[in-house]
Design a binder for this molecule. Sequence first.
Ligand code: GLU
Length: 491
Amino acid sequence: MSEVARTRFAPSPTGYLHVGGARTALFAWLTAKQAGGQFLLRIEDTDRTRHVDEAEQHITDSLTWLGMTPDEKPLRQSQRLDIYKQWGQKLIEAGRAYADPTSETMLDQLRDQAKAAKKAFLYRENRPAQAPIWNGSQPLRFKSKPQAYKWRDEVMGELASSPEAIDDFILIKSDGYPTYNFAHIVDDYEQNISHVIRSQEFLPSVPKFLNLYEALKIKRPKLATLPYVMRPDGKKKLSKRDGARDILDYKREGFLPEALINFLATLGWNDGTEQEIFSVDELIKKFDLARVQRSGARFDEQRLIWMNGHYIRELPIDRLDQLAGAKSKKPTFAKSTVDRQKAVSSFWPPEAEEATDDYKKAVLGLVQERLKYLAELPQLTSFFFTEPKVEQILKLYQEPVDGQLQKNPPDYKTYLSAVIKELADSDFSAKDIQNRLNKLLDRLSTKPAILFPVIRIALTGSQVSPEIFGTLHVLGKEKTLARLQKALQAL
Ligand code: GLU
């Protein structure tokens, strides 16, 4: 793509940024970056009743974390009221806008009448014959010229609408704030936006916008409509209520921005192949609005978790170590979905505080393979820092959860004594541990699927752990032998 691109993300600051919004931002960002253009942020803060003070900061933080920093200072609609008034005035002068004298009560009556007659309420039928002079205290309405339209949407393809889709909508409300319908048209024009990339909820209003572009004699930008991100069951649009989480919750849970970007990009887009993993650079090259699916994409958090695991496995160990020790800020929103409401000092379990950096790095090296996101660290690693409970060990010996141990319970005492004896002379390199335990398998005429769980349970209090030889090596000789002894004594 070589055409100029200037795109924008235009959230209303009414709450936290979630996956749906972040995906819209990403598609706009990718479209701009691909063409070497600019990506802008516009804060559409004209609905004072829904305004949330921390929301703008939160949106900026989320975009920054994801690496989608806007190329210019954000534009705030609430600071541009005079500009919308001037544009409104221009429309009045051109005979395309008028002050609306209808009271709220009257409007409600008209709506009720239309409903009773089973008709869509179109304001234009009530256009006053003689409009009063606009003094700013009445709503300013657009004087529409309803007609049928055909237009091209970059995602949805060729679209058409009938004149009934258009009425005399409000441009500026009686509180002096413009409506979305008006303000975004003015801003897109003044910001020289080339592509308007936004959610499906605005599609029914596009005919009105087309009518307004004409009245303003503005060449419209390209329009791209993104279908909704759907709930996992595909039945409804994903809402904050059904799991559309605060984007920064993913940061607090130890997800990687590159994983989230990859996940969001493939939420309703593919490159025509089966490829699922895309680096950011690759996305910038390959992304194409024309390949965005026209139907809703289902949100599947398990897929994100899987992808994050992939990116974690690719990390150099030093980087992983750095991330594991990173501090996280308190959630901005009280109702954040992450339960730990306090700032945390790192992803490590609290018991890890005493451990040396080298030890922690070695532990990371072992769990990296199975770690899906950093908040899983305590669950996967706590046994490296604290001894498992004897009761837990005994319970698992007596009632193994699954596997060979359940079918062929061995003589635990004999096995444990043999292991202790065998490892007593080991230099405790992973290689030596492996050689010795393999020899022991022969001597006890048993299989790894029986001997190794016996050792694993004594060391970790669990039937799952990272690879066994490495686990023993990292735990070290002293801890390993002590824990094996303790288990033996308890039997
Ligand atoms: N303010 C609108 C929203 O929050 C933005 C729509 C657009 O991108 O034009 O959904």
